[in-house]
Design a protein around this ligand. Sequence first.
Ligand SMILES: NC(=O)c1ccc[n+]([C@@H]2O[C@H](COP(=O)([O-])OP(=O)(O)OC[C@H]3O[C@@H](n4cnc5c(N)ncnc54)[C@H](OP(=O)(O)O)[C@@H]3O)[C@@H](O)[C@H]2O)c1
Length: 302
Amino acid sequence: METWLVTGSRGFLGTNAGVFLQGRARLVGQARVSAASTLYERIIALDLRDAPEMARLVREVRPDVILNSAAISGHETSANDPEQAYAVNVVAAGAIAEAAADIGARMIHISTDAIFTGQTGNYSEDDEPEPFSYYGETKLAGEQAVRTAVEDHLIVRTNFFGWSETGRKSVLEFFVNSLRAGTSVRGYPDFIVTSIYVQSLLDAIWRLGEAGASGTLHVASSDALSKFDYGMLVAEQFGLESGLIARLGPDPGAHAASRSRDLSLDTSRASGLLGSPLPTQEQGVAQAFADEPLITPMIRQP
Ligand SMILES: NC(=O)c1ccc[n+]([C@@H]2O[C@H](COP(=O)([O-])OP(=O)(O)OC[C@H]3O[C@@H](n4cnc5c(N)ncnc54)[C@H](OP(=O)(O)O)[C@@H]3O)[C@@H](O)[C@H]2O)c1
């Protein structure tokens, strides 16, 4: 069994990776604060901005694969603390990649659809990135830092939904929590993404690894949906009241990142390598519905 070192192991993707990789890999996690985990063999406390300590950790664990899911992962959080966003999303990503190269580990680095402007949509790997936020700028620079430092890399540009460790991080939870509480929500008809169910994303990354894929790939759902249509789909699948979802854009005061955009990704290169299309958002929501009783108790650990 390979050893995987997962950075950001207590975050949304990191906890889901802990679930997906059970029985598939020996799992060591990194987080800023250590904690007992039933998903990871151990979680090592480390601030990734401490490059020498991080390199020492990588030499000690000697993973076959490093999954870098740590990031300052929001538009607003990055804008509010640009120094930290640059330190984690660019400098630390590069330092992790250098450490991976030093020990001959493969690096899987998670990037985002937000490296594109969102003016046209259906972006392929050959389209020119042009981020619209500081977060996107740091993620794009982080990709470059990884490419430069480690030859054996897979950079995954994505957007995902699912069950998170806090129960409040993902767009799925936003709709499910609000509709279960009987609260009206805005549906953003002009914000379009190819969001993939996080467990399907991890499955695709796993299979792309088995297929020997490398370089930069778009791994997302095979269909694009607006947030309004996604909300309607969630309501239908979960048996909730779709009338609570208003076909409205964001509040006038919302962050610029929420304005009208089409950030959909063209996944044909990844699906060609996988030999089948990536799941649709409807398939992902149905899987999330089926997984809820199984996955949420595993993820929402103390
Ligand atoms: N969520 C999405 O839909 C989405 C979409 C596109 C791309 N992505 C990308 O996917 C990746 C995972 O995102 P996510 O949603 O799982 O984010 P998340 O829940 O915010 O998790 C990120 C993790 O990074 C860790 N981290 C941040 N700064 C750190 C530091 N200085 N030292 C050590 N650890 C640090 C945090 O650790 P602590 O828990 O210790 O604070 C956190 O657990 C990111 O690269 C993000 O850019 C996410």
